[in-house]
Design a protein. Structure first.
Length: 144
């Protein structure tokens, strides 16, 4: 058996950061995404209101994507934390049509009120994929 150095082994290996969930684009899966969002926010010392805001924002993001999803589509949701402690969420799903979410809807207005920034885009490669990204910073740290 040849000996491999650490550098030999790591060549071509991509370092991943954050947490990524992939699940059926089905409303029954939303509780999992909310739980992960809450856990990440708690670990970043978000206050209780900010934790709830992030949970609601992630729920609205994923619910919006589920309504747009193609049959048997997979919903992907990636969570990452930047150097300032802000949580970045990026979710996407393959869709039935090449249109993004209705940015004039009540749900979209709620979403934009809950987080610091929201952006959406439609990617048309092999079919259409709708992406929604959001950023939530802590409103204040929890005192220990």
């Amino acid at each position: 058996m040849p000996a491999y150095s650490r550098t030999d082994y790591e060549v071509g290996v991509t370092q991943l950061s954050g947490v990524e969930l992939r699940m059926a684009a089905d409303p029954t899966q939303l509780s999992i995404v909310r739980a992960v969002a809450a856990d990440i926010a708690m670990r970043q010392d978000f206050d209780l209101d900010s934790i709830e805001d992030l949970k609601l924002a992630v729920d609205e993001t994923c619910s919006t994507l589920i309504t747009l999803a193609a049959q048997d589509a997979v919903l992907s949701c990636h969570f990452d934390v930047d150097d300032r402690g802000a949580v970045h969420v990026s979710a996407n799903v393959a869709t039935k049509a090449a249109s993004g979410p209705d940015e004039n809807s009540f749900g979209w207005r709620v979403l934009t009120a809950l987080v610091d920034s929201v952006e959406t885009r439609v990617e048309e490669t092999e079919g259409s994929v709708v992406h929604i990204g959001l950023v939530k910073s802590t409103a204040g740290a929890v005192d220990a």
